[in-house]
Design a protein. Sequence first.
Length: 194
Amino acid sequence: MKKSLGFPFPKEVFMWISQRVQVPVRKFTGALTGGSMSKRRNPASPRANRRTTAAAKQHSNVDYRRAGYTVALLLIGVAALAVFMTTKGAVAHPAPREDADAEEVVHHSHYTDYPRVQAVYKQAAEIPRVLDGLHCYCECGAHSGHYSLLDCFKSDHGAGCDICLTSASVAYDLHKQGQSLDEIRSAVDELYTR
């Protein structure tokens, strides 16, 4: 009868962990399959087998402890990331530029095969000053140098980004309902912050 290892994880998880913490796979696979490290020594020597079996048990405990610490650290990292993402506060929205207009917005006819994208690009062309006063939550300001949500629609960037499309669509709908820029900003903030 095999002893339980105390870990509910399958063999593949231990092999993945052993690669990350640079522990030889033999230590995990041998312990998981009931084998020992004695295969590397002379099986004719009973004394060598006894020492190897004791050493294998001692090493396997250390290896599992190390693997457990690695799993625990990974879980703590994921939990910290989740807390960071859910408690992220609202950001500062840019002031609309005086020269913000729809001239540089890509024409909606470029997206005839994509009805949602086509509709949102058409909406973006109708409310350029509103979009120029909104921060884009896909953080394209950091990776693409965009000033505001309007800049997302001056190229194909907005067509491939659900955050840009949703933010612009919400802004358009609220603007058509007569809401102010501050109210639209609050609604967009509520979508992407907690």
